[in-house]
Design a protein around this ligand. Structure first.
Ligand code: LLP
Length: 428
């Protein structure tokens, strides 16, 4: 489903670059991203909004690699961050602090201080306790903190339990019942500027309806607040729009946007700035993970295809039971051998370490497989479990293939550790 991805002379290419050639040059496991696909995805959000006051804030957590942020920052994209680490990444990549919104249910004082110091657009606040700390820190710094309250609209989209965030049972957001009171309190705090209202209901959402339900709750509250004279300048509808992994029915973000804009217009809020925080849908389809087949292990119960990428490189299958489509890097000749079903598994010592189950493939040891739509929550969730260095990453565009992160080395993994004999005891 990605125009940038195609077989040429039976070899899989991304934006015109052969993936087996990149694997030969850089080794595996290897993440490869298409810059063109990311830009196209961004345009899919921005084009429907051209005549509106809006800000697309890319959710950095989906893929926080500097060059990925840079591609988006150059287009003037905003960013949704959840830590000071993500803030520093955005600044290093050339993103403007004034286009940054800071989300997250737990923000440390040092993170808040840094964000106030660089002048972010908005703190998305999730509780009274957080609001009071923010107010105190801003007052101490003799600055003002711009604030939006994250509502918990009690809407549960149809998605995995672990990535559903807008329900009553979730830790996220301010309950509707107390939100108006908290806004009144915020409006009275001298170091707080009330600027927005926001929600985020989950991830990999494929229906418009839950967004509209959450938006309706939000607008009802806005009616109350504005009747009292409080003016809210932006409405942030969060992220969460899904991507296609195989051939699932799924509409483009512009359908979501047009439904949201219609609702805002109908309710008299069409003049407000619309903020949206997509992560997965900007980068997910643009990336692939290339892995080498280490060995084939047909057994009585199952056929195992053992590859050199594991759950530490791509945790989504193990963690969410997520389906990621897998293809051969070099298209096999179907007439030569009959296909079989294979479990594509990694080298990590866990039975949950699989990338795909029961896949019809014709794997050959030493050749490569490609896991598609791995650009979001792939590298950004990678770990060093089993002391496995994290993969290298490459950005391809119509003219170049650029190494944007070198492969980690074992030395990288050991460099922060001390043996007991070293002289760094904290107390005697
Ligand atoms: N805004 C907020 C406040 C969020 O918490 C998130 C994601 C987003 C925006 C972006 O959502 P997206 O457009 O990417 O769906 N690791 C999981 C997904 C976790 C999403 C967490 N929050 C996965 O691999 O499916």
């Amino acid at each position: 489903s990605l125009p940038e991805l195609e077989y040429r002379a039976s070899e899989l290419h991304l934006e015109g670059v052969s993936l087996s050639r990149l694997a030969a040059l850089q080794g595996t496991p290897l993440y490869v991203y298409s810059q063109g696909a990311m830009l196209r995805a961004l345009a899919g959000y921005r084009n429907p909004l051209v005549r509106r006051k809006h800000l697309v804030c890319y959710a950095v957590k989906a893929n926080s690699t500097l060059a990925v942020l840079q591609v988006l920052a150059r287009e003037g994209c905003g960013f949704d961050i959840v830590s000071v680490g993500e803030l520093e990444r955005v600044l290093t990549a050339g993103g403007l602090p004034s286009n940054v919104v800071f989300a997250g249910v737990g923000k440390r004082r040092d993170e808040v201080e840094r964000a106030i110091e660089v002048g972010i657009k908005c703190f998305n606040v999730e509780s009274e306790g957080e609001l009071m700390v923010l107010s105190e820190i801003a007052a101490n710094l003799r600055k003002r903190a711009p604030v939006s309250l994250r509502l918990n609209p009690e809407v549960s989209p149809n998605t995995h339990r672990y990535i559903s965030t807008g329900g009553k049972e979730n830790k996220f957001g301010v309950p509707l019942a107390t939100a108006a009171g908290l806004y009144r309190l915020a409006a009275r705090l001298p170091a707080i500027d009330v600027v927005g209202i926001n929600f985020h209901i989950g991830s990999q959402i494929t229906e418009v309806a839950p967004y509209l339900r959450a938006l309706d709750c939000t607008l009802q509250l806005l009616d109350v607040l504005e009747a009292e004279g409080l003016r809210i300048s932006h409405i942030d509808v969060g992220g969460g729009w899904g991507i296609r992994h195989l051939d699932e029915p799924l509409s483009e973000p512009r359908h979501l946007l047009s439904a949201i804009l219609d609702r805002l217009d109908a309710r008299g809020y069409g003049d407000r700035e619309l903020v949206i925080e997509p992560g997965r849908s900007l980068v997910g389809n643009a990336g692939v993970l290339v892995t080498q087949i280490l060995s084939l292990k047909p057994t009585e119960g199952k056929n195992f295809c053992i590859v050199d990428a594991g759950m530490n490189d791509l945790v989504r299958p193990a963690m969410y039971n997520a389906y990621m489509h897998i293809v051969e890097c070099v298209k096999p000749l179907d007439c030569l051998a009959s296909r079989r079903n294979w479990d594509v598994v990694g080298p990590v010592c866990e039975s949950g370490d699989w990338l795909g189950l029961d896949r019809s493939l014709m794997p050959v040891a030493g050749e490569h497989l490609v896991i598609l739509s791995a650009g979001a929550y792939g590298m950004s969730m990678a770990s060093n479990y089993n002391t496995r260095p994290r993969p290298a990453e490459i950005m391809v565009n119509s003219t170049n293939a650029i190494l944007i992160r070198r492969r980690e080395t074992i030395d990288d993994l050991l460099k922060n550790e001390m043996l007991l004999t070293s002289p760094s005891a904290l107390s005697s």
